[in-house]
Write a protein that binds this ligand. Structure first.
Ligand SMILES: Cc1cc2nc3c(=O)[nH]c(=O)nc-3n(C[C@H](O)[C@H](O)[C@H](O)COP(=O)(O)O)c2cc1C
Length: 175
């Protein structure tokens, strides 16, 4: 496969994975994943992100009850909290940090797929209760807002990506 095909294949094959083996995720892989996260585009190139990378038992256990859709942490072996750093935003365009952190989170998922690992995005911001739980658990400073959590591990059983192709959603030249 040439480089373009590999990249497109990775994007199209990405899928959420919620069941993992007991094998740990190496720190080399976790660092590569964060490198991908930091490669995302951002408004004014402000890069308003910070990452809490965790693989300790206590935190993995805490995440299981973070909210009603976080049970994949019963088997996940690592996770990344993507946070927005409000000190790296400008007043006029402040809300664009959400898009920046979204792009960064998607890059995490693509890196996970490329490394033949599995993972899933957990929505945090702007749900107040979820944000608060992470702020308290990690004792986050005032300028740091938790945005998403990604659960990571070695896939238990290979899953097929969903086919989301829908020609009706393309509006050529006019609505
Ligand atoms: C903003 C956002 C929040 C999500 N939150 C959760 C979540 O809390 N728990 C979960 O299991 N999946 C969560 N997902 C994953 C979606 O359920 C998943 O992406 C969707 O079903 C499409 O499946 P796919 O990722 O395999 O294409 C979230 C995805 C996004 C983009």
């Amino acid at each position: 496969m040439d480089k373009t095909a590999i990249v497109l294949d990775n994007i199209i094959n990405r899928k959420s994975v919620r069941e993992f083996t007991q094998e740990k995720v190496s720190h080399t892989d976790l660092e590569l994943i964060v490198k991908a996260a930091m490669s995302a585009p951002s408004a004014l190139n402000l890069q308003p992100w910070e990452f809490i990378v965790f693989d300790d038992e206590k935190t993995l256990e805490y995440m299981v009850d973070l909210h009603e859709y976080s049970k994949m942490f019963k088997t996940a072996q690592a996770g990344i909290v993507v946070c927005g750093n409000m000190d790296r935003t400008v007043e006029t365009y402040r809300q664009l940090w959400v898009q920046d952190c979204s792009a960064s989170t998607q890059n995490i998922l693509l890196a996970i797929e490329a490394l033949k690992l599995g993972g899933v995005w957990l929505g945090i911001y702007p749900i107040e209760e979820r944000c608060q739980k992470l702020i308290e658990y990690f004792n986050l400073p005032d300028n740091i807002v938790p945005f998403s959590v990604v659960a990571i591990g070695h896939t238990l059983k290979e899953e097929e990506p969903k086919n989301k192709w829908d020609e009706k959603k393309i509006h050529w030249n006019k609505w």
